[in-house]
Design a protein around this ligand. Sequence first.
Ligand code: BV8
Length: 227
Amino acid sequence: MIFVLTGAGLSAESGLGTFRDAGGIWSRYDLEDVATPQGYARDPVRVLDFYNARRANAAGARPNAAHGALARLEREAGAMLVTQNVDGLLEAAGAADVLHMHGRLDRALCNRCRRSWEAPEVMCPFDACPNCGAQAVRPDVVWFGEMPYGLDEIEAGLARAALFVAVGTSGTVYPAAGFVDAARDAGVATLELNLERTGGRFDDARYGPASEVVPAWVDEVLGPPRT
Ligand code: BV8
């Protein structure tokens, strides 16, 4: 099985900003203010507005050829797709079972009872949780200091993978950044597909824009797509 971990670089060519490239999201917002529970407690309006803007941006985005190639790899080779991204572009490209370890922009969460539901386009702090009625709504995304989703499933997937591929991620944020080390320690071959070298310890790498490098690699693995 091929285990694919994706990051913001996968969606960069679809117009969704990355975090740590020049001009990236963390150069315009302080992550402490908008991507931590403390930031939400201090100023929920600022946090909800940050995610409302990203949700609107994501709603207007279209999957690029890399999303389509990974959806094909899942369909034809049973690849496990794990993403740090909170957009739904892999699903829009036809992927059936994407593990969003940092949550999803199109889901809302009650900070009190942890009920999750489909997010409205615009979230407001006075919205009431449909389950417990608390005015404690937030986007269902994983902030710094919070437990990512699906870690047991991810650990099991890494243990049975034949190949670990990281696509468009800087390898900065843990625990995702440690997956390549866990794979290597388990004797799994590792491949980086990125715009540039990230410093992660991979056996092999292909550099260039995801929309070119990912489809080319998938065609090598599966053969050219049947027209
Ligand atoms: C955790 C929210 C405990 C959703 C995000 C002190 C206190 C507490 C925790 C810590 C601490 N010190 C360290 C930690 C751990 C911390 C962490 O790693 N901090 C870092 C900054 C050091 N991690 C956590 O807090 C995590 N939780 O530790 O809980 C725990 C954990 C395990 C077990 C038990 C307990 C929670 C992490 C999740 C945080 N939430 N976002 C959102 O708003 O989106 S993180 C944020 O970074 C996004 O999720 C993003 O996906 C993620 C990773 O970034 P990348 O996707 O890699 O994007 P980046 O911009 O960095 O890189 C883009 C890459 O694309 C580049 O390489 C670039 O070259 C490439 N690229 C660009 N264009 C293209 C391209 N590639 C190809 N083609 C292109 N066209």
